[in-house]
Design a binder for this molecule. Structure first.
Ligand code: ZN
Length: 218
């Protein structure tokens, strides 16, 4: 892959059809395209790498596959898969479409999506929507667990303070111990049931979806 020269960059005036652009976008998952240029490491929902656009020691270049965008916290560059190719190859938008089209073997000139391509794009769109739904599901779960943690740990800290200060009535003391126990039990449950573990959440998500289908069929 070599960057375009400025002369090459100038001669590429034609517009691409929106259908072509969307097809190429669906066929070019951002994490795969960028992963062919830099080494990506997983970090939660995102992938991280050393930025290809500025020199850095600590990786601050993030790729978010669910949102299909990249962003560098170091130099501030970001955008979608076409933007990435434009930056990388110093080319126009149209040339970035051509580059990605060639990558997946789609002809840009006189582009007419074949029924197979239409089907492929439709399937990928469904997968992408599924992935976004899973992300919402797991984000909600993590938020709920964190909120509960905060509430329980606040109560546990208060209880600890009260127990340390002493002078509690027996029933107050009982309540304080119960608050500490609730915190401990919740912590153990999060660990035991893997409430915030990506793999476990994904299994749970798939199982729930399966149930949804069965219920819909019934
Ligand atoms: Zn950067």
């Amino acid at each position: 892959m070599r960057p375009y020269t400025n002369a090459e960059k100038k001669k590429s005036p034609q517009k691409c059809s929106p259908e072509l652009i969307e097809a190429i976008r669906e066929l070019s998952p951002i994490e795969r395209v960028i992963g062919e240029c830099v080494e990506l490491r997983r970090s939660g929902f995102q992938l991280v790498a050393a930025c290809p656009f500025h020199a850095e020691r600590t990786p601050s270049f993030y790729v978010h596959p669910g949102k299909a965008v990249f962003f560098c916290q170091g130099c501030g560059l970001g955008g979608d898969v076409f933007r990435f190719v434009q930056r990388l190859l110093n080319c126009t938008f149209r040339q970035s479409v051509e580059h990605l089209a060639a990558r997946v073997g789609v002809a840009v000139e006189g582009f007419q999506p074949s029924p197979e391509l239409r089907a492929r794009v439709a399937k990928l769109t469904v997968q992408c929507e599924e992935e976004q739904r899973f992300e919402t599901f797991s984000n909600d779960r993590i938020d709920a667990v964190n909120a509960k943690y905060r509430a329980l740990s606040r109560a546990a800290r208060n209880a600890e303070d009260c127990l340390r200060e002493g002078g509690l009535l027996p029933e107050e003391e009982e309540l304080a111990w119960a608050a500490l126990e609730r915190y401990r039990l919740f912590e153990a449950r999060v660990e035991r049931e893997g409430l915030c573990d990506m793999e476990i959440m994904r299994r749970e998500w798939l199982a729930r979806k399966g149930e949804g289908h069965r219920n819909a069929a019934a």
